[in-house]
Design a protein around this ligand. Structure first.
Ligand SMILES: NC(=O)c1ccc[n+]([C@@H]2O[C@H](COP(=O)([O-])OP(=O)(O)OC[C@H]3O[C@@H](n4cnc5c(N)ncnc54)[C@H](O)[C@@H]3O)[C@@H](O)[C@H]2O)c1
Length: 260
């Protein structure tokens, strides 16, 4: 019988896209649990600023600049975490970019490849170089951040929805490949969440967040999520409460997918 490992206080977790939104809320939740966090983001200035409040002395986090779309950078980053001497038991593949008003016709090949690389290929890269570390630590868990767009989508999000659907499929196959190593792999499926990504989308549309149609309309709960509500699901996925959960989609969408 396999003893499915989980993240305990003192273990280290790697979080990508940690400067804001769901990534930053996840760092906060992990620190509250007593974990060490390797926090990375392409925007190092924002990341350092955000972590100043959470970990002013830098004792429980290591902030690094990392573009998850850059293969060599991912490999070098994971070599650094492997050499840190810490017990790395978790990976949260969170970094992504939003992409709207993009049908297949209106999307250039260059943009298609860029979005797929950031939102899907990066998860392959970070997992490829982190799995050996989690295996060495005796097992653990990976949370891949997907989206409701993996299940039901809207107009103009072709590369984003394709990437997020791919994230869910990748999660399932990774769960099967690494069960023997006591590594669980789950997908987080957030609904609309109040983060810089969603606020930027509203701004581009020339609307307030409340005018995007998410609030008091689309989902059963009748509001959008706060990033902390998603971080709680991420930490559940990593935790000892989820030792029989793998290959699954952890949906936290306020009930939007429950509707016709
Ligand atoms: N906010 C939502 O409504 C929502 C809904 C469904 C899914 N999601 C997913 O949740 C995750 C977090 O999104 P968020 O809403 O917190 O967004 P966000 O924009 O607030 O945070 C994403 C972070 O990723 C970083 N990033 C972007 N490209 C990067 C790269 N190439 N390398 C490293 N870092 C990079 C950004 O700098 C940013 O700090 C994403 O995977 C997103 O697709 C968000």
């Amino acid at each position: 019988m396999r003893n499915h490992a989980f993240i305990s206080p003192g273990d280290a977790v790697i979080v990508t896209g940690a400067a804001g939104g769901i990534g930053l809320a996840t760092v906060k939740a992990l620190l509250e649990q007593g974990n060490f966090v390797f926090a990375s983001d392409k925007n190092i200035a924002n990341l350092k600023q955000s972590l100043l409040e959470l970990d002013p002395e830098g004792k429980h986090t290591l902030a690094s600049e990392l573009d998850v779309a850059d293969e060599k950078a991912c490999e070098a980053y994971c070599t650094m975490t492997a050499k840190s001497g810490r017990s790395i038991r978790g990976l949260v593949n969170n970094a992504a970019i939003g992409a709207f008003n993009m049908s297949v016709e209106s999307t250039s090949f260059e943009d298609w490849e860029r979005i797929i690389r950031i939102n899907l290929t990066s998860l392959y890269l970070m997992s490829k170089y982190t799995v050996p570390q989690i295996r060495k630590a005796g097992g653990g868990a990976i949370v891949n951040v997907s989206s409701i767009h993996a299940f039901a989508t809207s107009t103009g999000v072709s590369p984003y929805a394709a990437a997020k659907g791919g994230v869910l499929a990748l999660t399932k196959t990774m769960a099967l490949d690494y069960a023997k190593d006591c590594i669980r792999v789950v997908a987080l499926i957030p609904g609309a969440t109040d983060t810089p990504m969603l606020r930027m989308h509203a701004e581009r549309e020339g609307k307030e967040l409340s005018e995007l149609g998410f609030i008091m309309s689309d989902n059963a709960i009748g509001r959008i999520a706060q990033p902390e509500e998603l971080a709680d699901v991420v930490t559940f996925g990593l935790s000892r409460k989820a030792t029989f959960v793998t290959g699954s989609a952890l949906v936290a969408d306020g009930g939007i997918l429950a509707k016709f």
